[in-house]
Write a new protein. Structure first.
Ligand SMILES: C[S@@+](CC[C@H](N)C(=O)[O-])C[C@H]1O[C@@H](n2cnc3c(N)ncnc32)[C@H](O)[C@@H]1O
Length: 291
């Protein structure tokens, strides 16, 4: 018999999502099933009651969302938004979905900016600007810039910032640093970046939720090892940072020693990596020497 109550519907959703080969394994499939059912029932996941009967119309809507998710559609697209660092950000097809892992960069950057007078942050490869917007929200006296080459993503980011009433962030079309105002040279307190780093020959191995739903230019720069943009971002950082300013780069675990070496080669002090509690994300932290 088809499940009609919340408990069995959640169990079914979790099983279908866990069996999908289109999704990363590290998602919390149970939580996603709960969030999908909660969005259909217009309630909070924590308020779901296993015994509650769900109408046929809502069961069908839930199961169709589960099927779309199992087919690889990013979770935020199914509900139309993502909550990032406590902010509700709208998402759209064809844009890079902000990752919860990037909240680590926000926290590390905000910590470095808070004590400074008129602090300036530049977020490279900002996409729809989640890192830039969240830092601007956390540190209202900061001047925050986001740089990206994708106009559609920038437009969505500007709309999100406007809706949230965050006015100290500007998102600019810019090939890394090239389109930023020259007056920022040598005066940036923190540069952040969640820059593409996947080698082109590994793109086909990514699950469909990424490969088929996000622009390939968000994932790889098509250089031989996928680190062409990363190299430029690190090499040019000292020109933009003020003495004592920080470069914070979100990377995957396998890149740690390579990126730390690049930073040292660029004349930055290596301050190791920041990690979150789940050890999902890694932020390389390097500093321009003070004198
Ligand atoms: C991994 S996504 C990160 C987006 C955003 N920081 C986030 O966390 O949601 C990488 C971004 O790099 C951008 N990008 C690719 N080449 C670039 C370039 N030459 N200059 C600036 N941004 C670039 C892509 O458009 C994409 O938005």
């Amino acid at each position: 018999m088809d499940p009609r109550t919340v408990g069995p519907l959640l169990a079914l959703g979790e099983r279908v999502l866990t069996d999908s080969s289109h999704l990363f394994d590290d998602h919390d499939h149970r939580r996603e099933a709960e969030d999908l059912l909660a969005s259909v029932l217009d309630t909070e996941a924590d308020d779901l009651d296993d015994q509650e009967e769900v109408s046929r119309r809502l069961r069908e809507r839930y199961l169709s969302l589960v099927a779309r998710r199992a087919g690889g559609e990013p979770f935020p697209l199914l509900v139309g938004h993502i909550v990032f660092n406590g902010l509700e950000l709208k998402v759209k097809p064809g844009t890079f979905m902000p990752r919860p892992s990037s909240e680590l960069t926000v926290g590390r950057a905000a910590k470095r900016l808070r004590g400074r007078k008129h602090p300036v942050l530049v977020d490279l490869a900002t996409g729809t600007g989640p890192i830039a917007i969240a830092v601007a929200d956390e540190v209202p006296h900061a001047e925050v810039w986001g740089a990206d080459i994708d106009d559609a993503m920038l437009a969505l980011g500007r709309r999100n910032a406007r809706t949230l009433g965050i006015t100290n962030v500007r998102l600019r079309r810019s090939d890394l640093y090239a389109g930023l105002p020259h007056r920022l040279m040598g005066s940036v307190d923190v540069v952040t970046g969640h820059i593409p780093y996947v080698p082109p020959d590994e793109v086909d191995d990514l699950p469909s939720e990424v490969r088929e739903f996000e622009p390939l230019t968000s994932l790889t720069d098509y250089s031989e090892d996928g680190l062409g943009l990363m190299r430029r971002a690190v090499a040019e950082a000292p020109e933009w940072l003020k003495p004592g300013g920080w470069l914070l780069l979100e990377i995957s675990h396998d890149l740690e020693s390579k990126i730390r070496r690049l930073c040292t080669k660029a004349g930055l002090e290596d301050h190791g990596v920041g990690r979150d509690a789940d050890d999902l994300s890694l932020v390389v932290e390097a500093r321009k020497p003070r004198a």
